[in-house]
Design a protein around this ligand. Structure first.
Ligand SMILES: [Zn+2]
Length: 353
């Protein structure tokens, strides 16, 4: 059983349905969880269920009423959705309160105040809550402090630590866990059968589902054969002593640039390659401490070749996590890759980002 076809989050659906059945839907929710576990999809479906004319106490949707049809088409007049544009580091203020010429006469906060035109309430979804500037968060605070009657605002972010305390304290926090590997495998199988991703053999499927760490986004990327080769190459280079930093920088940057002309796919590709480095450093650290080899054979081979100290592994891991954060903050990619590989070559130097 899965709520509205969304796998893995039935407990959250049950909790929200219980609140709906006694008329206690909150004015503001903060959905928190790792990327690629279905928070955005859940938020859209929750918004659709809040609007469905026939929705009962289970927060189900009929899929046939005018409200459901418009929600599915993304054109529901009472459901608002904003997300950070790919070329911006933060969520632009005008998406919340209108541009300079229309300040407080446009944007998500303003539309939330309007009377609903089709349903009985207005619902707004703000994706990328991790990327709210302080100024934008302050604008949002006014809405959170005095929410319009019946309106529901859903913020979606990845980590509680990345949200301002003022926002956190005004929202009901809903935590999304990584998806269990069998759920990832089942979703991946469906995507493969539907031809939406390359065909996957059963053996590869189980391996990808285990390595995806509960994220469908990650699983889909892992299922890309070209990317899988690049990840193996990164892991192989990281296992060498001394680290071939120049080669690593050149290959990682070339792989990121091969993802397309736009910045967004390049950043996403670079993040995935950096994540494979995180896997490597974590496995290296684990092996130092527990002498436990990772289940992935390529990773196990590279880690056993590496033979560094736990301290080196933990410093390298921190540098790589910093690099991933810098990608999220739109750092200049060639400079970032250069700084990252230099930091890995000299792991005892202080933080470079
Ligand atoms: Zn409906």
């Amino acid at each position: 059983m899965s709520w509205q076809g969304i796998d893995g989050h039935d407990a959250i659906a049950t909790r929200l349905a219980a609140a709906a059945s006694c008329g206690r839907i909150g004015g503001a929710y903060l959905f928190i969880g790792p990327p690629g576990v279905g928070k955005g999809m859940f938020a859209r479906t929750f918004a659709k269920a809040l609007q469905c004319a026939a929705a009962g106490e289970t927060l189900s949707t009929c899929g046939r009423c005018a409200s459901c049809l418009q929600a599915d088409a993304g054109s529901h007049p009472d459901i608002d959705l904003v997300a950070k544009p790919d070329d911006k580091a933060t969520l632009p203020l005008e998406l919340l309160v209108g541009d300079d010429e229309h300040r407080m006469r446009d944007g998500l906060c303003w539309r939330l105040l309007l009377k609903p035109s089709l349903g009985s309430r207005r619902v707004a979804i703000l994706l990328d809550a991790d990327h709210l500037s302080v100024e934008a968060a302050n604008c949002l605070l006014k809405t959170l402090e005095e929410p319009p009657p019946g309106a529901v605002l859903i913020l979606v972010g990845t980590m509680l630590e990345r949200q301002l305390p003022t926002i956190r304290s005004r929202c009901q926090i809903v935590r999304f866990a990584p998806l269990p590997a069998p759920v990832v495998a089942a979703i991946l199988r469906r995507l493969s059968d539907d031809g939406r991703i390359p065909r996957i053999t059963d053996d590869t499927l189980a391996d990808i589902a285990t390595r995806a760490a509960g994220s469908i986004d990650r699983a889909v990327q892992l299922a890309d054969p070209a990317l899988a080769d690049m990840r193996l190459r990164v892991v192989d280079l990281l296992g060498r002593r001394p680290l071939p930093g120049v080669e690593l920088a050149r290959e990682v940057l070339a792989a990121a640039e091969a993802a397309g002309k736009d910045a967004a796919p390049r950043r996403q590709r670079l993040k995935l390659l950096l994540e494979s480095a995180v896997d490597f450093h974590r496995a290296a650290l684990r092996q130092c401490v527990t002498e436990e080899s990772p289940p992935d054979s390529a990773l196990a081979r590279a880690v056993s070749d590496w033979a560094g100290t736990p301290e080196e592994a933990s410093i390298a891991l921190r540098h790589t996590l910093d690099a991933i954060e810098a990608v999220d903050h739109n750092a200049h990619l060639p400079t970032l890759v250069e700084a990252w590989t230099t930091a890995l070559e000299r792991p005892h130097f202080s933080r470079l980002f």
